[in-house]
Ligand binder design. Structure first.
Ligand code: 4AD
Ligand code: MG
Length: 432
């Protein structure tokens, strides 16, 4: 008899199979026991009928406790009433590992309790759905950039560079030197683009953010594409195609997860329609002022309420273009006719999920980049390798970074970014 995972059920209807699973929940009467099971790939029902099994098996089924691991033998049947669509008519049960007093019961628990038990909370229906969606975004990212002719390059995680400013760095000893955990691989990706044309990275990044918001993680995963011989407008087109591709991939492959999360699929489908709207920073500030925001003026960075208002003024993800130079990193290309703004864009997700992409065209002039490095209080010596890129065949180039967890949060429609990563690192939380 074949041992399967329940996700393959449709190929085994009417067959007797063996499955390893955990008991998520249970209901029983005098004559029948319904086991809510999960095997990692899905949640499904196992039915044990008293007069179809021996007495010992029926008693065992009735005595199973939450999260006991078992192997079951039974027949796969279609089950139109369940979300999953299949159930198993159980004939035999073998206990693999007992479980007593499992802390997460079907009742409601507070968020701190759940976060303390994250290692177990991951087993729940909703958390599984979020992780399935996250997995799809990871898969679709590789598919997209491969089909667009990018190659993946892995920037270092231990680094001496601080592309996004020096205030949020995790520093560590690197033998006798000072090093940081990477806050962005971008500078290395620029070097890689000069070597390989179109490149992308996908890795962990670290920011010692003191902000305790529903959008900030200390450790998060970022996808950072970088393209040689490319200006900002073409980069924006790649960004919107990429995000639309992610949304479509989720719609195509995450039906079950979207149902568990009660996500509106028609709404998501709108986010695949290109192009996405573009608004300049100047116009965005004016839009806010015209709508009664008195806590923003030209030159300020947007806060969450500002981003939410701007996003709600459009029905799709929106690009905000050309922010003030003073609030952006040193590497951005200066505007050709204005001193005060740079050629950059943030993509703001709809429905109040905030910025999911930050990107820009990069400055290519050696003297300008050197001056900016100094203006930002960075040591030109440490960036001499980066300056080399402007010395040996500099070309127009642009790139961007998409935050994986922000995107998972948005597409899942969940409240807080902490549920978008298996083991979130947050201010005041490094366990489990
Ligand atoms: O806008 P950021 O800081 O851009 C960069 O790091 C550029 N070097 C990227 C590039 O051009 N190659 O970060 C990019 C994205 C944000 O839009 C957001 O989605 C995510 O990374 N992000 C965070 N996600 C979770 N928690 C945090 N603390 C984040 N900080 C940024
Ligand atoms: Mg940003």
């Amino acid at each position: 008899m074949e041992e399967i995972q329940i996700i393959e059920a449709k190929n085994h209807v009417g067959e007797i199979v063996k499955i390893g699973a955990w008991v998520a929940n249970k209901r029983s009467s005098g004559k029948i026991a319904f086991l809510q099971l999960r095997d990692g790939t899905a949640f499904f029902q196992g039915v044990v009928v008293k007069n179809e099994v021996n007495e010992e098996t029926f008693q065992l089924a009735k005595s199973l406790t939450q999260e006991t691991s078992i192997k079951i033998i039974g027949e796969i049947r279609e089950d139109a009433r369940s979300k999953f669509g299949y159930e198993i008519g159980i004939q035999q049960i073998e206990i693999i590992g007992e479980s007593h007093d499992y802390p997460i019961t079907p009742k409601e628990h507070g968020i701190d309790f759940l976060m303390d038990h994250r290692h177990l909370w991951l087993r729940s229906t909703k958390q599984q759905a979020i992780m399935l969606l996250r997995n799809e975004l990871i898969r679709a990212t590789y598919e997209f950039f491969n089909q667009e002719g990018f190659i993946k390059v892995d920037p270092p995680i231990l680094t001496g560079s601080a592309p996004e400013g020096t205030t949020e760095l995790f520093s560590t000893k690197y033998f006798d030197e000072e090093a940081y955990l990477s806050q962005s691989g971008q500078l290395y990706m620029e070097a890689a683009a000069m070597a390989f044309g179109k490149v992308f990275s996908f890795g962990p990044t670290f920011r010692a953010e003191k902000s305790k918001t529903r959008r900030h993680l200390i450790e998060f995963w970022m996808i950072e594409p970088e393209m040689a011989f490319m200006h900002q407008e073409e980069s924006l087109e790649i960004q919107e195609r990429y995000v639309a591709f992610l949304v479509q991939s989720v719609l195509d492959h995450c039906d079950y997860a979207l149902d568990v999360l009660a996500r509106n699929k028609e709404l998501l489908a709108k986010y695949t329609e290109l192009p996405f709207p573009r608004i300049t920073y100047d116009d965005a500030v004016q839009l806010l002022i015209d709508n009664g925001f008195d806590d923003i003026k030209w030159g300020d960075d947007f806060g969450a309420p500002h981003e939410t208002f701007i996003a709600n003024s459009f029905e799709k993800p929106v690009f905000i273009l050309n922010y003030p130079k003073a609030i952006k990193p040193f590497y951005m290309k200066p505007h050709p006719t204005r001193e005060d703004v740079v050629i950059c864009a943030d993509m703001i997700a709809p429905e109040g999920y905030g910025e999911i992409i930050g990107g820009s065209e990069r400055a290519t002039d050696y003297d300008y980049v050197l001056e900016q490095i100094k203006n930002h209080g960075l040591d030109p010596e440490e960036y001499s390798w980066y300056l080399d890129l402007r010395k040996y065949g500099t070309v127009p180039h642009a790139g961007f970074g998409l935050g994986l967890e922000r995107t998972v949060t948005w597409l899942s429609g969940i409240e807080h970014v902490r549920e978008a990563i298996p083991f979130p690192r947050l201010l005041n939380r490094i366990y489990p």
